[in-house]
Design a protein around this ligand. Structure first.
Ligand code: FES
Length: 312
């Protein structure tokens, strides 16, 4: 292979990013930050030109400002997700509200970065969005834990108790969701629908409450919770490789639980132990200076330990 061909091939495999931002200086600045890291970057100053770019080219990531001179940024995200559902979206805006954040996430945005943000925060959000994309590309279906028949039975019982104990008022929704989570360990979609029905709240509003509070989980928790730090200090020492290893080995994306419900994978912005990174915390136990081999061994030990205690 000719050197130029090899370079072209390498370049074309780097992530393609479209920055949709109407302030030229901001767009160029962000573009420069990403180009220096090796990303292929295009800029769009309007919603219309962003959609035109998507007609002509595939992008791995759309960095989307929401306030644009022509089309609402949220509408652009909606259209991009409809035409190219596997495009990751990172929302950046100076006008952040919980409602817009929830709406953007519901449309499929990976992350939401309120302005002003630092270069590091921006880079880490971009990397995070693209890591998620790669993870999902591994085998997303196998990562989705099946809802067990026991969950449906348990939900029935829990909802019965809720109907006896609560009046079905909207102000009770947080306590009701907490009760569901206490009973099942997470809040399945079916429960959100039943809670909406019981309280008379719109389904989207109940979903909004459940996703707004960090304490609520919408998927089951595995027997072991593995938290990988994705802060800058750990990132530069190879935290992403560790995430890839776990994702690849157990077919998991961050926030997911393995089909056998053995592992739940989570990421954390920083554990505050940056000097001993990369840091991985498994079931509350901190492991410092981790690499792919070490994390593989730690998880294998857990699997062996479980098999020893529970041969079935
Ligand atoms: S960046 Fe990982 S512990 Fe701080």
């Amino acid at each position: 292979m000719q050197i130029q061909e090899a370079l072209d091939l390498q370049e074309s495999s780097w992530p393609q990013v479209l920055i949709m931002e109407d302030e030229a200086s901001v767009a160029k600045g962000l573009g420069m930050v990403l180009s220096e890291e090796g990303y292929n970057v295009d800029l769009a100053m309007t919603g219309r030109s962003a959609l035109d770019s998507f007609n002509q080219k595939m992008f791995d990531l759309l960095v989307a400002d929401l306030r644009l001179p022509d089309i609402d940024g949220m509408e652009v995200i909606r259209q991009v997700k409809r035409r190219r559902p596997d495009t990751e979206v990172l929302v950046i805006t100076g006008y952040s509200t919980v409602t817009t954040a929830v709406e953007a996430m519901k449309l499929g945005a990976s992350d939401y970065l309120p302005k002003p943000f630092t270069e590091d925060e921006f880079l880490s959000a971009v990397k995070g969005a693209l890591v998620t994309k790669e993870f999902f590309a591994t085998d997303s279906e196998s990562a989705l834990p099946e809802r067990l028949p026991e969950d449906s039975l348990r939900l029935k019982e829990v909802m019965q108790q809720i109907r006896q104990r609560f009046e079905g008022r909207q102000y009770e929704v947080i306590s009701i969701l907490q009760k569901v989570q206490n009973g099942l360990g997470y809040i399945p979609t079916e429960a959100l629908l039943q809670v909406a029905d019981f309280t008379g709240m719109p389904e989207a509003a109940v979903y909004g409450v459940a996703t707004f509070y960090e304490r609520f989980r919408l998927s089951p928790v595995g027997r072991h919770v593995v938290k990988v730090c994705r802060g800058t200090a750990c990132h530069v020492k190879g935290a992403d490789k560790i995430l890839h290893e776990i994702a690849h080995r157990y077919k998991l994306a961050p926030g997911q639980t393995s089909k056998d419900r053995l592992f739940t994978l989570e990421t954390v912005a920083c554990f505050g132990s940056c000097a001993i990174g990369p840091v991985v915390v498994v079931d509350g136990k901190v492991s410092a200076d981790m690499d792919t081999d070490k994390v593989g061994k730690v998880l294998q030990e857990l699997v062996k330990g479980d098999a020893h205690h529970d041969p079935h």
